[in-house]
Design a protein around this ligand. Sequence first.
Ligand SMILES: C[S@@+](CC[C@H](N)C(=O)[O-])C[C@H]1O[C@@H](n2cnc3c(N)ncnc32)[C@H](O)[C@@H]1O
Length: 208
Amino acid sequence: MRLRNVKNAKEIILNNEMVIKNPEKFKKNFKSIFHNSNEIHIEIGTGKGKFIYEMALKYPSINFIGIEKYASILVRALEKCENPLPNLRFLCIDAKNLEEIFDHEISCIYLNFSDPWPKNRHAKRRLTSPLFLDIYENLFVDTKKIIQKTDNLILFASSLKNLNNAGYKFEDISLDLASTDIENIETEYEQKFKKQGIKINYLNAIKK
Ligand SMILES: C[S@@+](CC[C@H](N)C(=O)[O-])C[C@H]1O[C@@H](n2cnc3c(N)ncnc32)[C@H](O)[C@@H]1O
C-alpha cells in the first residue's frame, strides 16, 4: 500500500478510543476490552479498514481487532469507522510482535491481500511463512483458523504449501472467489483488482 505520511498520525491514534493502547497489559485478558467472552478475530494488515469494519457490523457477536503496522494507514481506517462499534478495536503493531500481545485468545486470523514478497529471498517476510505460522500457534485459543485472500499466485502457492506442512487442513480453496458461493466482504484492494478483472484466490485453513 502506498504510504502517504499523515501529519501527527501517532498522536491521532493515541487519542482514538478504538485503538488499544499498551496492548501488552491486556495479554490473556483481551475479553476485558470487549466486556464479553465472545470469540476474537483479527485481520493482520488491515489497511484502510473496510473489511474489518463491515465484518464487525455484520457479526456483532464476534469481537474484531484490525492490526496495522503503519500509523498513517491506520488513521485512514479510523476515519472509515463513522460510528465506534463495541465489537471493533485496532492495534498499531507489526505482526512479528503478536506473541507479546496475545496468548491463546484468538479464534480466527484474516490475511487479506498481504504484501506478496514474490522474490524467493524475501519469502520469510510473507505472512504465511513458517516463521509467522509459528508465531500464530501461540495466539489461537484452541482450533486454529486462517482465512486468506490474495491476487498473487506466488504468495497463494507458498501459503498452501506452508499451511499444509504446518498441519492445517483446507476447508475451502478457490482460484476464483467470485465464482463460488463463499460469503465474502470485499476489501479495498479486492475492489481494485476486481475492477481490473483479476481473479481472487481464497483459502480457509483449519488446524485442530
Ligand atoms: C496490500 S495492503 C492490503 C490492505 C487491506 N487488507 C486490503 O485488502 O485492502 C497490506 C497491508 O498490510 C500492512 N502490513 C504489512 N506487513 C505488516 C505486518 N508485518 N504487520 C502488520 N501490518 C502489516 C501494510 O502496511 C498494508 O496496510
